[in-house]
Each structure stands twice: as C-alpha cells, then as structure tokens.
Write a protein that binds this ligand. Structure first.
Ligand code: DX5
Ligand code: ZN
Length: 216
C-alpha cells in the first residue's frame, strides 16, 4: 500500500517540521491539495508553498489540482517540483490533451473523479493515465465523512484495469482512516490519502505505519 498523507491537515505554521515528520515516517508520497475557490468552494495553497515543500523532501510530490483550467498551470507545477499531477475529470474539457501535456512536461498524469462521477466515464482515458484518484468525499475540505459507495467504485475500476492489463494505480482520497483502510485495500486501492487521520493524531508516524501495513 502506498501512503500519501495530505498536508492540508498539517500545521501550516510548522510546515518544515511536518515535512520532516513525513520524511522520518513510512509515508511514500506527499499529497498536496491545490484549490482555487472556483472548482471547489475553498482556497488552500499554491505554487510558492509547493516550491518550498520541494526543498524539504526527496519523496514524491503528489499534487491534486482542484482547479478550473488546470492546463494553464501545468508547466508552473512542473517547475515547482510536482512529480505526479492529477486533474479533475469534471474540470477538463479536453482531458486527453491535458493528460498528454502533463506527461510531456515530465510528470506522471492522474485523473480524479468526484463522488457523483461514474468510473465508467474513464473508459477512454484509462490507457493514458498512470493514476485514477477516486474522491471518497466531496472535494474542498478535509475532515469529512467517508462515502461508503466508494467501495463499489473501486471494485468496478479495479476489475476494468485488470481486464485491460493496465498498470493504473487507484488512489482513494477523503475520510480515509484506520477503520476503512483494510477494506479499501481489499477492494483494490493502491494508494491511500489521509489528512485528518494522520496530522490530527497524537502519534502521526504510528498511524502512517498502521495504514501502510493495513493489508499485511
Ligand atoms: C479534499 C482533499 C483531501 C483531503 C483529505 O478535497 O482532496 O486530500 O485533504 O482529508 P481527510 O483525510 O481529512 O478527509
Ligand atoms: Zn486530495
């Protein structure tokens, strides 16, 4: 299992220490949630913050764009140090072109879907992405309750990916914690994002370790 703690729930006054904690932990990726106040009803952080975080770690920066017109900013995120760039299906009129652009910029492309978007709509883009991010809450805020229908979406998508013989990873984002991690892994998730469950815990590194080994 790949564990990607979401820095959205971290203490922004102590970002360097939070990054250091992740570096010392079994976390695989840093999950960075960028919001524009248009695609979602919230504004988080952007390029200058990601540039600084880049200096703190050699781990993979997994950037989740919850923004309109992500194609306008893809190059800037590449320069800021993003390794994975995930855009929303619902935000891209020319998703295929956007995905190609991300790859040409040297990043790994991902596509994210909101809770109401059927995984079946990814049929004609699955061949072109390395990652599908299934939102298990409505995007925009941390600390929301996990939507159980997500399990079915993961299973359906896992079957389709395996049928096609693809190597696409399934990432689950929103309301993930120790109570659902194992079931998510069994349903077919490869990557777990966790914000609140990690950063609001008294012992974040232990939570990361437990999430990491949830299906052992
Ligand atoms: C929500 C973000 C998530 C969020 C998850 O829009 O995409 O990555 O940080 O936070 P928790 O784990 O608290 O639901
Ligand atoms: Zn996210």
């Amino acid at each position: 299992m790949i564990i990607a703690p979401s820095l959205l729930a971290s203490n922004f006054l102590h970002l360097e220490a939070e990054a250091q904690m992740l570096n010392e932990s079994e976390a695989d990726w840093f999950h960075l949630d960028v919001m524009d106040g248009r695609f979602v009803n919230n504004i988080s952080f952007g390029l200058p913050v990601i540039q600084q975080i880049r200096k703190t770690t050699k781990k993979i920066l997994d950037v989740h764009l919850m923004i309109e017109e992500p194609e306008k900013y893809a190059e800037a995120f590449a320069k800021a140090g993003a390794d994975i760039l995930t855009v929303h299906y619902e935000a891209c009129r020319h998703l295929h072109r956007n995905i190609q652009q991300i790859r040409e910029l040297g990043m790994v492309p991902g596509v994210a879907i909101n809770p109401h978007t059927p995984v079946q709509l990814l049929q004609d883009i699955l061949q072109d992405v390395d990652l599908v991010l299934i939102m298990s809450v409505n995007p925009g805020f941390g600390g929301q309750r996990f939507i159980p229908h997500t399990y079915q979406k993961i299973k359906t998508l896992r079957n389709r990916i395996d049928q096609l013989g693809l190597q696409v990873k399934i990432e689950v984002d929103g309301g993930v914690d120790l109570s659902n991690a194992k079931a998510l892994g069994e349903a077919g998730a490869d990557v777990l994002v966790a914000g609140t469950a990690v950063f609001h815990a008294p012992a974040p590194k232990e939570v990361i370790s437990s999430l990491k080994h949830c299906t052992d």
